[in-house]
Design a protein around this ligand. Structure first.
Ligand code: NDP
Ligand code: 2IT
Length: 451
């Protein structure tokens, strides 16, 4: 039987690779899901007959468009815009927008594919999508970012809507960009709607949406730790990234009693052996979100910390690793360091930050390990709560949103336990998350016929 399943997986992946040549991140994301769900699917011949897996790896729609804009010197710039609408099986397409020079079709497709399963796990009715551009916001003025966002939305607006597709933020897209995108959308449609999430509190945003991914990550990790009678209290935590997810993961971990030792950006990482505190966090928020500075400036302000240019934080021993920057940022050597440093848990805040080979090392060493689609789902879940508040034309208190968020993260954890518990009682969160997400989407697809 194992051989049969392996042949099935390799045959399936062979066709995915040849239909989507060169898209290595997409292949990686698909393989992980197929390896989890193939053995499960063998017991459901109707899912095989319906070719659910073959359909799920083919996005429902992909839009690629030119984004022309003018920089502050009056020079014309051309970028490429994307929206990958992967699945509308369980609700309107939903997922973030990424502005980063590395953005390409493979990265958009992997993110949209992951989003479909993640959104299914949230328990809320949202399909999967992702969008973005190879535009690099670094070093751009507010006026340039605004002109770019307006040009991007001038094409995107015709493909989205509150019941069609609801974008949000991701790398390089935060409150400022969502504001510019929303303003242009509203102007073009002459309609004030909940078509984007991550909006400002005064104009339809949800309390706690900025915090939600990082907080949700810590709530999920708390549940993982609890399966071994552990908690954040007194633990050394290493975090990569210094953006939205990293900042609020750091704040929550610290408030749960952990010592947060590291933050990073693409230029290097800082190590503060004394750990972050509320005052240092306030400095980081100001540095990153208002001044848009680099993380190395932390050591000018706090000289007991060290800055390591060109390196990632994983060689500093820790108990809990929370990668919150980007895909494939934890490679084999990093995973070996994490294990050697005595870590007990790696919970992903970023999307697919750990390479498949590194995952094997982490799981092989018996660490608690959760894939981003489970542990970072708090962000999109709270986007779903923002959509609900917009539809009801109301707003909930931070306490109400936090209660929902905690419950959703706990439900996702329970789903992982239900479908991922191994014979020895430990939990394979990858298998659990993939199967739980797949069951919901596949069932909806089977119900809705061949569309
Ligand atoms: P931000 O743009 O706010 O921050 C991104 C951080 O990661 C920055 O510190 C950035 O450094 C670093 N980074 C980005 N690209 C690279 C790279 N190629 N190599 C090294 N470092 C890099 O993004 P978010 O915090 O929103 O997103 C971080 C991750 O979390 C992403 O994987 C995203 O998909 C995921 N995520 C985000 C959610 C959200 O709600 N925002 C929800 C769920 C997942 P630098 O400034 O040098 O680029
Ligand atoms: O990867 C993600 O889940 C996000 N960037 C958040 C998407 C959303 O719609 O809030």
């Amino acid at each position: 039987m194992d051989k049969f399943i392996n042949n099935y997986i390799e045959g399936f992946m062979g066709s995915v690779v040849s239909r989507n040549p060169g898209e290595k991140e997409f292949h990686q994301a698909v393989r992980e899901v197929v390896e989890s769900v193939a053995p499960f699917m063998m017991d459901y011949p109707n899912l095989m007959d319906q070719k659910i897996l073959e359909r799920i790896v083919e996005p429902e729609r992909i839009i690629i468009f030119r984004v022309p804009w003018m920089d502050d010197r009056g020079e014309i710039q051309i970028n490429r815009g994307f929206r990958v609408q992967a699945s509308s099986a369980i609700g309107p397409y939903k997922g973030g927008i990424r502005f980063h020079p590395s953005v390409n079709l493979s990265i958009m497709k992997f993110l949209a594919f992951e989003q479909t399963f993640k959104n299914a796990l949230t328990t809320l009715p949202m399909g999967g999508a992702k969008g973005g551009s190879d535009f690099n916001p670094r070093g751009k003025s507010d006026a340039e970012v605004m002109r770019f966002c307006q040009s991007f939305m001038t094409e995107l607006f015709r493909h989205i809507g509150p019941n069609t597709d609801v974008p949000a933020g991701d790398i390089g897209v935060g409150g400022r960009e969502i504001g510019f995108l929303f303003g242009q959308y509203k102007r073009l449609r002459d309609e004030f709607s909940g078509t984007l999430t991550g909006k400002g509190i005064a104009w339809g945003g949800s309390l706690l949406r900025p915090e939600a991914t990082g907080y949700g990550l810590c709530y999920f990790a708390e549940q993982m730790l609890a399966t071994r009678g552990e908690s954040f209290e007194g633990k050394k935590v290493n975090i990569s990234g210094a953006g939205n997810v990293a900042q609020y993961a750091a704040q929550k971990a610290m408030r749960l009693g952990a010592k947060v030792q590291t933050l990073s950006d693409s230029d290097g990482f800082i190590y503060d052996p004394e750990g972050l505190n509320e005052e240092k966090m306030a400095f980081v928020f100001q540095l990153k979100n208002i001044r848009r500075g680099r993380i190395k400036e932390y050591v000018q302000k706090y000289p007991q910390a060290q800055y390591f240019p060109g390196e990632r934080p994983w060689r500093i021993p820790c108990d809990i690793a929370l990668p919150c920057a980007t895909q494939n940022e934890v490679e084999v050597a990093d995973a070996e360091n994490i294990v050697k440093g005595g870590a007990i848990c790696l919970a992903e805040g970023a999307n697919m930050p750990t390479t498949p080979e590194a995952i094997k090392i982490i799981q092989g060493a018996g660490l608690l390990y959760s894939p981003g689609k489970a542990s970072n789902a708090g962000g999109v879940a709270t986007s779903g709560l923002e959509m609900s508040q917009n539809s009801m034309r109301t707003s909930w208190t931070a306490e109400e949103v936090d209660q929902y968020l905690r419950r959703i993260m706990s439900d996702i954890h329970a789903a992982c336990v239900k479908y991922g518990t191994r014979e020895d009682g430990t939990v394979n969160y990858v298998k659990g998350a993939n199967i739980a997400g797949f069951i919901k989407v596949a069932g909806a697809m089977a119900d809705q016929g061949l569309v």
